[in-house]
Ligand binder design. Structure first.
Ligand code: IPM
Ligand code: MG
Length: 357
């Protein structure tokens, strides 16, 4: 198969781990007789430097013309002082919106080899950590109106609106139920229905959908409680569906309990198969240029791209197995290092994984 990939290498340390993902994808292409064409695309800090805009139309067009987008991480101190609309992160938000990617899928799964890296006690980890957060990605407070004005007392007042309409809830709610159907058929809708109207509307829509999925064991949980339950007993979760801001926060918490954010890939999809794949962690400005960050999340994002956008399941399995074998052999980057293992670099981990494909 021939596939066209828009490649956003990202900022700071990001190009280093994206390079490892590309090496792995190239090896897969060679092994299985595929051709992956990459189009260098700029978004975030690199686009600000090149075009003075975190996502110019030309770059969004490249993404829209591709079969999938592979992204590293954007942003860094260099671009932090810029006004809201010109921030590097704004490029990411506009990309998600421009591609219509409303469903963000973030797996929280512990690799048995990395049990020691989890901050949770063994007795909690031993019960298993394997759930997915389905986060609504292009609605809510991220995309509502933001204003800062001066009120009648002469003080500044800021406002961020959190709108959700029924169709926005329904399409993500459906992904939640469909994802649960493919897994252990347990869905938990996380909200703040004791306070927010948007959450009460979510529940109304979810109850309608629930009738279509009688096999799914469905429940609801307030977000404050959910954040406690994720550290107290993560084994209770299979699929969590939630709105944008809650999903942002809970997915960081969920990634941390698995040991390192450097291990977690993510996919963002809309109605078709064209998706955006990115590691969950940041651009690690403090580690840039040191060949030291963990490339596994980026490599696994590549595997997710093969699985969800290209329907290449065997190839995706191959990558995931290779990651497992490299970990079995004891290779660890600094973020997941533990006693008795072999400390390696970003490219060293890339080598170790390539050797298993
Ligand atoms: C994420 C990030 C982004 C978000 C930032 C960089 C805008 O934290 O993908 O979780 O909040 O969505
Ligand atoms: Mg986040």
């Amino acid at each position: 198969m021939v596939k066209n990939i828009a490649l956003i290498r990202g900022d700071c340390a990001s190009p280093e781990f994206v390079a490892q993902a590309v090496r792995v994808l190239d090896k897969i292409a060679e092994k299985y007789g595929h051709t992956f064409n990459y189009t260098e695309t700029y978004m975030g800090g690199s686009a600000i430097d090149k075009f003075g805009d975190p996502l110019p139309q030309s770059e969004l067009d490249k993404c829209l013309a591709s079969d999938a987008v592979l992204l590293g991480s954007v942003g860094g101190p260099k671009w932090e002082g810029l006004p809201g609309p010109q921030r590097a992160e704004k490029g990411l938000l506009r990309l998600r919106e421009g591609m219509g990617l409303y469903a963000n899928n973030r797996p929280a799964k512990i690799w048995p080899q990395l049990k020691a890296a989890s901050p949770l006690k063994d007795e909690i980890v031993d019960k298993g950590i394997d759930f997915i957060i389905v986060r609504e990605l292009i609605g809510g407070a991220y995309f509502g109106k933001h204003t800062t004005t001066v009120n009648e007392h002469g003080e500044k007042e800021a406002l961020d609106l959190m709108p959700y309409s029924e169709h926005e809830i329904e399409r993500i709610g459906r992904i939640g139920f469909e994802t649960a159907m493919k897994r252990n058929k347990k869905l938990c809708c996380v909200d703040k229905a004791n306070v927010l109207d948007t959450s009460r509307l979510w529940r109304e829509v979810m109850h309608r959908l629930q009738k279509e999925y009688p096999e799914v064991e469905y429940r609801e949980m307030f977000v404050d409680n959910a954040s406690m339950q994720i550290v107290k007993d993560p084994s209770q979760f299979d699929v969590i569906v939630t709105e944008n801001l809650f999903g942002d926060i809970l997915s960081d918490e969920a990634s941390q309990i698995t040991g390192s954010v450097g291990m977690i890939p993510s996919s963002s999809l809309g109605d078709g198969t064209r998706g955006l794949y990115e590691p969950m962690g940041g651009s690690a400005p403090g580690h840039a240029g040191q060949d030291r960050v963990n490339p596994i999340a980026a490599i696994l994002s590549g595997a997710m791209m093969l699985r969800y956008s290209f329907d290449m399941n065997e190839e995706a399995d191959d990558i995931e197995n290779a990651v497992g074998k490299a970990l079995d052999k004891g290779y660890r980057t600094a973020d997941i290092m533990s006693e008795g293992c072999t400390l390696t670099t970003c490219s060293g981990m890339g080598d170790a994984i390539l050797a298993e494909i």
